[in-house]
Design a protein around this ligand. Structure first.
Ligand SMILES: [Zn+2]
Length: 468
């Protein structure tokens, strides 16, 4: 609209000027040598205007003839590129929607239209993966490694493949390369850390962990737990290499990172004892007993006071268990001490209390031991042993991921490879009972003796009276 108005204004102004020139009287004379032109100003203005218009048109014509073919080709290329990008986008959508055939077809089309392999390699690889053609996908990912703009993406694809195939060595090499390219990417850091931990590269893993903590790829308790776990593994390696002092130092650093980390407490106390630092070990045990009593700590405590006279020993044991008097481990420690001193009544009292808190096969076995030692009653002992065979096992290291029991703690579960998942607890059910009666649900230890011989239900029900 504005342009139309401007056009009319310009035309009106030009007309007014033309009329004014035509109305004004006068003549124009141009003389050049013998040649002379005489005309009116209006005619001269009109001639000049026509000449200018003709010049402009000729210039446009020459320009069009000169540039035309190139412009046409360029337009065609742009349209082709647009169709290529459309095919690429649709292909990525197909891949995301799980349509491998569509993705493959569109990848081929995009590749043809765009003629730029880096752009379509990812789509081709994804389509091959969806179709289960892992070798083909691998070839595409490897081709992506050749170009700097797709190298990182190719590494990621190959890493996922290596992970799926369980090839940790190849995965580690790829993760190291990805780390060199982009050291601050969270998934690179967590993957590299996991692979280094599985490969037992404790020092390298600790270095990676520090970067991961700085980049907040791993945070809070999980970060501290992993640091403590790695330091403890390093300590175990030092002990295995015969360097007890270094092992003790590393265990202390693990405790600095996570003061409540039971495996580190056990290791540090054991190492102190091995180096002859008895009072240091005793302090550690006492500190830990308040929150996390543990049979291994009880065993160390026993060792420390093995040469005490009976009275002093009893005093030390009372002091320690007084920090957590109701815990089954406290009762068990006092019971074993009483059994050794042949104080049968006290032993029975503490075993009953422990059984009430947490029934387990070990407690039933000790009750059997007590029966034989006190009354030489083989029949009663046999019944307690029967109950033990059906009871839940004593606590041990159990993988929280797959449930596999282990005799010792380790950072990675030896069954499923999960990291940081070993917990000190009772396994879910007695394996023997499960094998014997697969049709029943995991038996609760409280009823085990009743099924065993039909007489010990009350005994195992938590009262721990002598089986009839
Ligand atoms: Zn596991």
């Amino acid at each position: 609209m504005t342009r139309v108005i401007i056009f009319f204004v310009v035309v009106a102004a030009l007309a007014a000027i033309a009329v004014w020139i035509a109305d004004e009287p006068g003549r124009v004379v141009i003389a050049w040598g013998d040649w002379q032109l005489e005309t009116s100003p209006a005619a001269l203005a009109a001639a000049a205007a026509i000449f200018a218009a003709f010049g402009a048109l000729s210039f446009q014509l020459v320009r069009w003839l000169w540039l035309g073919p190139r412009a046409i080709a360029r337009g065609r290329q742009l349209r082709r590129q647009r169709r290529g990008y459309l095919a690429l986008t649709q292909g990525l959508v197909s891949a995301a929607a799980g349509d491998p055939r569509g993705a493959r077809r569109l990848a081929r089309r995009a590749n043809l239209l765009l003629g730029e392999p880096p752009l379509t390699l990812l789509l081709s690889a994804q389509a091959a993966q969806l179709e289960g053609e892992d070798d083909l996908a691998k070839a595409y990912f490897e081709a992506m490694l050749e170009r700097p703009e797709t190298e990182f993406l190719g590494l990621r694809g190959l890493l996922v493949q290596a992970h799926k195939a369980g090839d940790n060595r190849a995965a580690l090499a790829l993760a190291e390369r990805a780390f060199a390219l982009r050291p601050h990417t969270p998934w690179v850091l967590t993957t590299l850390l996991e692979l280094q931990s599985h490969a037992g590269q404790w020092t390298e893993a600790l270095t990676t962990l520090r970067v991961a903590l700085r980049q907040k790829a791993l945070e809070g308790e999980a970060g501290q737990q992993r640091e403590a776990g790695l330091l403890l593994e390093q300590a175990r390696a030092a002990r295995a290499a015969g360097d007890g002092r270094e092992a003790a130092k590393l265990a202390e650093r693990a405790l600095d990172a996570a003061p409540q980390f039971i495996p580190a407490i056990l290791f540090a106390a054991g190492q102190s004892l091995a180096l002859g630092r008895r009072s240091q070990a005793e302090r550690m045990i006492a500190r830990a007993w308040t929150d996390t009593p543990h049979p291994v700590l009880a065993q160390y405590f026993n060792e420390i006071h093995s040469r005490d006279d009976a009275l002093a020993r009893a005093k030390h044991f009372e002091n320690l268990t007084g920090r957590n008097p109701e815990h089954p481990e406290s009762h068990l420690l006092l019971a074993s001490s009483a059994l050794e001193a042949k104080l049968w009544g006290s032993a029975r009292k503490h075993l009953q209390a422990a059984l009430k808190e947490r029934p387990s096969a070990g407690i039933y076995r000790r009750l059997a031991q007590l029966e034989e030692a006190e009354h030489d009653d083989r029949e009663a002992a046999r019944r307690w042993l029967m109950a033990a065979s059906e009871a839940r096992p004593d606590p041990l290291w159990v993988c929280a991921e797959c449930g596999a029991p282990e005799s010792d703690w380790s950072l990675a579960c030896t069954s499923c490879g999960a990291l940081d998942r070993m917990q000190w607890r009772q396994p879910a059910a007695p394996p023997a009972a499960l094998e014997a009666r697969p049709e029943t649900a995991p038996s609760d230890s409280a009823e085990a003796p009743a099924r065993a011989d039909g007489a010990g239900a009350q005994a195992a029900g938590g009262n721990a009276t002598e089986p009839a």
